[in-house]
Write a protein that binds this ligand. Structure first.
Ligand code: 13P
Length: 256
């Protein structure tokens, strides 16, 4: 059975004082959750604080983005080696905000994916369609294109050491969650697409759902056959809410 993962994406929120309280609370509360891994994705300037506060705990952490370059004259960028210096395990790649606001293309994301893996980070590749694309019946085609870009550059074997997150753009920060059936359908599509290349790998692939996951809808979402946990935005900024979502994930592993 696949391990569940609940990851909190803080986006560009927080400060030293608030983080201190949030991380301390998570460290105290996120213990003994068998079958569930938890992680936080903090803004890069707070990686040192996060490492200091979470080292030795059950909680992993990661970067929200990484440069496709190793080092050099790339003002404002953070390399994979730099993330590893702060003991990051994961890095988010291709989040819809990176794609839409910062113009990251499928190709750039694929190159970042390779750079992250080469350095030893586990990429969490985010895919998902806009409302317009869904309404035009193109959701699966868009997600297939986003996956293919990485498959072409990295190869299917690379997905054995990666995680995929399905985040429908229309559900992010809108309070409008995909229904469990809608999310499950896309997750099954992703797994089936990978299964065409490697059945075992597809079976073992962790696929997260993200988009307005809250404590009150997490159980239903995480209970779906192909949903292996969540990528949580807003609710990850409130310790008790994030803990409740991690506990929801655990209740699904117990029930399964
Ligand atoms: P919300 O949970 O705030 O909708 O954000 C989802 C997200 O973008 C996580 O990466």
């Amino acid at each position: 059975m696949r391990q569940k993962l609940v990851a909190g994406n803080w986006k560009m929120h927080g400060n030293l004082v608030e983080n201190q309280a949030l991380l301390a609370s998570l460290r105290t509360q996120l213990v003994g959750l068998d079958g569930v891994s938890c992680a936080v994705f903090v803004p890069a300037p707070y990686l040192a604080q996060t490492q200091q506060m979470l080292a030795g705990s059950a909680i992993a952490w990661g970067g929200q983005n990484v440069s496709e370059y190793d080092k050099g004259a790339y003002t404002g960028e953070t390399s994979a080696a730099m993330l590893l210096d702060f003991a990051c395990r994961y890095v988010l790649l291709g989040h819809s905000e990176r794609r839409a606001i910062f113009g990251e293309t499928d190709v750039v994301i694929a190159v970042k994916f390779v750079a992250a893996q080469k350095a030893g980070l586990t990429p969490i590749l985010c895919v998902g369609e806009t409302l317009e694309e869904r309404e035009a019946g193109r959701a699966e085609a868009v997600i297939a294109r986003q996956l293919d870009a990485v498959l072409e550059v990295a190869g299917v074997d690379a997905l054995a050491k990666a995680i995929v997150a399905y985040e429908p753009v229309w559900a992010i920060g809108t309070g409008k969650t995909a229904s469990p059936a809608q999310a499950q359908a896309v997750h099954a599509f992703i797994r089936e697409k990978i299964a065409q290349l490697d059945v075992v790998l597809a079976h073992n692939l962790t696929i997260l759902y993200g988009g307005s996951v809250k404590a009150n809808n997490a159980v239903e979402l995480f209970g779906q056959a192909d949903i292996d946990g969540g990528l949580i935005g807003g609710a990850s900024l409130v310790a008790d809410d994030f803990v409740a979502i991690c506990q929801a994930a655990q209740s699904c592993t117990v029930a399964a």
